[in-house]
Design a protein around this ligand. Structure first.
Ligand code: FE
Ligand code: FE
Ligand code: ZN
Length: 278
């Protein structure tokens, strides 16, 4: 069965989020650990969390993908900004202990002119400070579109970050279809080639989740503007090939398309119907 879901709001609690997901036919979901612009995380309501964990187990909802605020920049030139990223990630990972065995995804960051090498080293340093041997959360680096001085627009950069991490068994990658396409990986015409490159550079065993998005811009545009499924430069046929690909079809697929719940519900239905039984 296709494991598909979407980004959901956790503002009304985990149980409400779980019910939203189940109501639209999702079997996995993503949420922000806190306000996506950063700031303090809300206290977790333990009764709500317990109800949610029961609901998720009963309906096999998962894995859960927690997304770090996208303003975190572990490779900023400003030590204060770096420290904020560090403390936020440490706190997020501590909270993830309440959702054992799930995934935590973050954008590697922007080196803001310091160069890729320094950027990569700062990101690895942060991971070496926050990762612990006993954590059950796998931390995912997201493939980025490569806009501005963003790190992670190439598979090689993600590989370099992982190479600098001591607890590599805690690390994985989340491939965003809009981002890799915008970064110049032609998953429309050469999905096999892109996956072969991913495997050669990073290793497909590191790939733990897919962000399934269409793109408003052409391949190589380095833009990062998501489109609804079938309404962008990837197109429905290419996206259907992604979910059915023998090397990908077992992964959790998370939609981050510009939609409210009803729009997500129809994309989930559409993609479930397009998923072949292998
Ligand atoms: Fe993201
Ligand atoms: Fe994404
Ligand atoms: Zn994006």
């Amino acid at each position: 069965m296709l494991n598909i879901g979407c980004h959901l709001s956790v503002a009304k609690g985990f149980t409400a989020m779980g019910r939203d997901g189940l109501a639209i036919g999702a079997s996995t979901c993503q949420f922000f650990t806190r306000n996506p612009r950063g700031g303090r995380a809300k206290e977790i309501d333990q009764a709500d969390l317990a109800r949610f964990l029961e609901l998720a187990a009963e309906h096999r909802l998962g894995p859960l993908l927690a997304h770090a605020p996208y303003t975190l920049n572990p490779c900023s030139a400003d030590p204060k900004t770096r420290n904020f990223a560090l403390e936020t990630m440490r706190d997020d990972l501590a909270r993830m202990k309440m959702l054992p065995g799930n995934l935590y995804n973050f954008h590697p960051g922007s080196h803001v002119g310091q160069g890729t090498e320094i950027g990569v080293a700062l990101i690895a340093d942060q991971l070496n400070t926050v990762l612990t041997p006993h954590q059950t959360t796998t931390v995912l680096l997201e493939t980025m579109a490569g806009k501005g001085s963003e790190i992670g627009g190439s598979f090689r950069e993600l590989r370099q970050i992982i190479d600098g991490v001591i607890l590599q068994e805690k690390m994985g990658v989340c491939l965003d279809t809009c981002h890799v396409h915008d970064a110049g990986y032609d998953i429309v015409h050469d999905l096999d080639g892109v996956l072969a490159e991913f495997d050669a550079v990073i290793g497909l065993e590191r790939l733990r989740a897919i962000h399934l998005n269409d793109s408003l811009n052409p391949c190589g545009s380095r833009k990062d503007r998501h489109a609804r499924i079938g309404e962008g430069h990837l197109g429905l046929a290419a996206i259907v090939r992604v979910i059915n690909h023998p090397l990908l079809r077992h992964l959790p697929f998370l939609l981050e398309t510009p939609n409210e719940l009803p729009g997500y519900a129809s994309e989930i239905t559409l993609l479930r119907e397009a998923f072949g039984d292998a």
